[in-house]
Design a binder for this molecule. Sequence first.
Ligand SMILES: Cc1cc2nc3c(=O)[nH]c(=O)nc-3n(C[C@H](O)[C@H](O)[C@H](O)COP(=O)(O)OP(=O)(O)OC[C@H]3O[C@@H](n4cnc5c(N)ncnc54)[C@H](O)[C@@H]3O)c2cc1C
Length: 381
Amino acid sequence: MTIERILPNDESAALLELTTDLADRELAPRVNDFETRGEFPRDIIRTLGRSGLLGLPYSEEYGGGGQPYEIYLQVLEVLASRWAAVAEAVSVHTLAIYPLATFGSDEQRAALLPDMLGGELLGAYCLSEPQGGSDAAALTTKAIAVGDDYVISGTKAWITHAGVADFYNIFARTGGPGPDGISCLLADAATPGINPLARERTMGLRSSPVAQIAFDDARVPADRLIGEAGTGFRIAMSALDSGRLGIAACAVGLAQAALDYAVDYAAEREQFGKPIVSFQGIGFMLADAATQISAARALTLSAARLRDAGRPYSIEAAKAKLFATDTAMKVTTDAVQVLGGYGYVADHPVERYMREAKVLQIVEGTNQIQRLVIARSLTKS
Ligand SMILES: Cc1cc2nc3c(=O)[nH]c(=O)nc-3n(C[C@H](O)[C@H](O)[C@H](O)COP(=O)(O)OP(=O)(O)OC[C@H]3O[C@@H](n4cnc5c(N)ncnc54)[C@H](O)[C@@H]3O)c2cc1C
C-alpha cells in the first residue's frame, strides 16, 4: 500500500525513495534465507552504511546525515517492512552512538564518530544484566579506576550485536548504589576480557545475534569515559528516549508489511464462492488494522517532531513505543488469522512477522515500563 507522507523537502523524498529501492533490492530477496539460517547480514549493514543510512540523525560535521529524527524514523519504517532485524540493527547502532554523539567531548567525537557514522564500526548498547532489565538502576557490573584505566567486571545480558559489534557502550557502576553510581564507557570489542557468551536462541529476529557478555577484568582507557562519572544512568535513559522512537518506527513498518500481505491474500483467497475480504469479519479486521497503523505512525512522528523542535518528548516517546508495538503485535496476529492455516506456516511471512512483533513489546523498556513512565507523568504537575 502506498503511504501518503508529508515530507519537509525534496531531499527527504529522495532519501525515502533511495531507501525503498535499496530495501527492495538488497533486503527483500534475502530476508528468508538469513532468518532461516540465523546469520547476521554484516555485508548488508555495510552497504547501508555506504549509502549513508547508518548515521542519519547525527551531525554532518562528523559524517552523519544531518537528518531530522522524523525522517530517520521513516527510513527505519521502510527497512522494517522488508526485514525487521536489519531495521533493528540500524536502530541499535544509532542507540549505541547516541551517548558519544550527545555527551562525548569534542576530542572523543572527532576521534571516534566518523567510522561509526560511516558504518565501518558497528555498535552495541550494554545496559541489561541477567538479574535486572527493567530495574536498570540496580545494575551491578563494576568499573573500577586503576591508573589510567577502568577495570570492568560483571555480566551484561541480552546484548544485540554481541560478538559482531566493533564497539560496546557499557553502563557500569563506578560509585555507590543507585543511579548516581553509574557511568558510561565506550570500549573496543577487541579489548581483552570482553567475552561474548553463547548466542541466545530467539523466537524471532533470528538473524540478529543476542548474547550475554562477560567482562573479565577488561581494561578500558579512562579517556573512554563518556560524560562525567556518575552521569551514566541519565545518559542511558536519554538514549532510550530516542531509541524507543526507533523501536516504534520498526513496529509501524512491520505492522504495515503484515497488513499489506493480509490484504492481498484476502483479495485473492475465495471461500463460499467469494473473496474472503468481502466478508465483514475479515474486512473490519483489516480496517481496524489500517486505522491502528495510521494512528501508530502519527503518534511516532508527532513525538519525533517534538524531539526535532528541541522540546521535551520523553513521555510521547513512551506512548509511541507502547502503542506502536502493541499495534504491531495485534496486527501481525490478525494477519495470521486472515491467512487461516496458511498463516501458521513458514511459506508465508506473516508467521515470522508475528514472532518479530513480540520482542518489540519487550526491548528498550517493556510495555509495562512504558505504562509506568506514562502513569507517573500524569500525576506530575
Ligand atoms: C531480543 C532481545 C534483544 C535485546 N537487546 C538488548 C540490548 O541490545 N541491550 C540491552 O541492554 N538490553 C537488551 N535487551 C534486554 C531488554 O531490554 C530486557 O529484556 C527488558 O528491559 C526487560 O528486562 P528483563 O528481561 O530482565 O525482564 P524483567 O525486568 O525481569 O521483567 C519481567 C516482567 O516483569 C515486568 N515488570 C518489571 N518491573 C515492573 C514494574 N515495575 N511494573 C510492572 N511490571 C514490571 C516486565 O514488564 C516483564 O513483563 C534485549 C532483549 C531481547 C529479548
